[in-house]
Design a protein around this ligand. Structure first.
Ligand SMILES: [Fe+2]
Ligand SMILES: [Fe+2]
Ligand SMILES: [Fe+2]
Ligand SMILES: [Fe+2]
Length: 297
């Protein structure tokens, strides 16, 4: 069983890497049909990450937020698509090997579902690559305006923060047994992914690289400690965005930061309500982690 958990953890790290690799490619392309399609694939990978992590918990293992190999090479859109095809091919080979080695029929069926997604993704990346190669006019090099230091600081801080929030809420959602709380945490992680997208598209449009290292993540394993950490993160973030609004001059960035602040305050309130709800629940709201700890103690 330990081997199986390790196999699933390795797959989870690769799914995490795929989410980030594809998002970076989509953000760098700016708005458009292709970027939307790629973001959709990144969301599929996040779902795979979630499915694998729930299995890890079911098998008494601990999910991971480590990221596997992320291929950041390539200069043009077509080259990025080649890298993405290769990532899908690595995943396809891995899942085929897993499916032939794993006996649990429910897990096999989930892995077969994931494998079918990867095969579809591979086809889409191949097509997009061909499309970009055929684009006759080379992408025009427009020199973007030089951003002010405060705009750069706000965008970079925001991206690192949002990445950490995504991982924190996902990790917590993997472990929480209470379905409502788990689902809400997953939904808010998706919302933070949207935030990361808005900030990253803005930064990419200014011709600046998108940071891929996140702020520290609180990996609490007990549900009340999780929600307290999540509330704290939202309170601090709303404050930080407000501070940036005071420093940044550029109207579009200010407006974006105001929107984000509003969402974070909503998250803060939502997590407070969840904490209150969970405090009234019986042990069914506990996480696997807290039960294991109780048995040990
Ligand atoms: Fe995947
Ligand atoms: Fe995929
Ligand atoms: Fe956010
Ligand atoms: Fe938030």
């Amino acid at each position: 069983m330990a081997d199986l958990v390790e196999m699933l953890r390795a797959a989870a790290k690769d799914e995490h890497a795929a989410v980030i690799q594809y998002l970076l490619h989509a953000y760098a392309m700016g708005e458009g049909e292709e970027a939307c399609e790629i973001e959709g694939i990144a969301r599929d990978e996040m779902r795979h990450f979630w499915m694998l992590s729930r299995w890890i918990v079911k098998l008494q293992g601990l999910p991971t937020i480590e990221r596997g190999f992320t291929d950041l090479g390539g200069e043009t859109k077509a080259e990025w698509m080649d890298r993405d095809v290769q990532a899908e091919e690595r995943a396809i080979a891995m899942y085929r090997a897993y499916i032939s080695a794993i006996e649990n029929p429910d897990l096999r069926s989930d892995l077969e579902r994931i494998l079918a997604d990867e095969e579809r993704h591979r086809g889409i990346f191949v097509e997009l690559g061909e499309k970009f190669r055929l684009e006759s006019s080379p992408e025009e090099a427009v020199t973007p305006p030089t951003p002010s230091p405060s705009v750069l600081e706000a965008l970079e801080w925001g991206i690192r923060h949002e990445y950490a929030a995504i991982l924190q809420y996902l990790f917590h959602s993997f472990l929480v047994k209470d379905e409502e709380t788990s689902r809400q945490l997953e939904l808010q992680a998706i919302n933070e992914m949207q935030h990361m997208g808005w900030l990253s598209e803005k930064l990419a449009s200014l011709g600046k690289p998108i940071p891929i290292e996140h702020h520290p993540v609180d990996l609490a394993r007990e549900v009340q400690a999780m929600l307290r950490a999540d509330i704290k993160l939202e309170t601090e973030t709303a404050q930080k965005y407000e501070d940036f609004v005071g420093k940044v001059q550029e109207p579009a960035v200010r407006e974006l930061l105001e929107t984000l602040k509003g969402h974070e305050l909503y998250h803060e309130g939502l997590f407070k309500r969840l904490l209150e709800r969970i405090s009234h629940l019986s042990p069914s709201g506990w996480t696997i982690g807290s039960l294991i700890k109780k048995e040990e103690g």
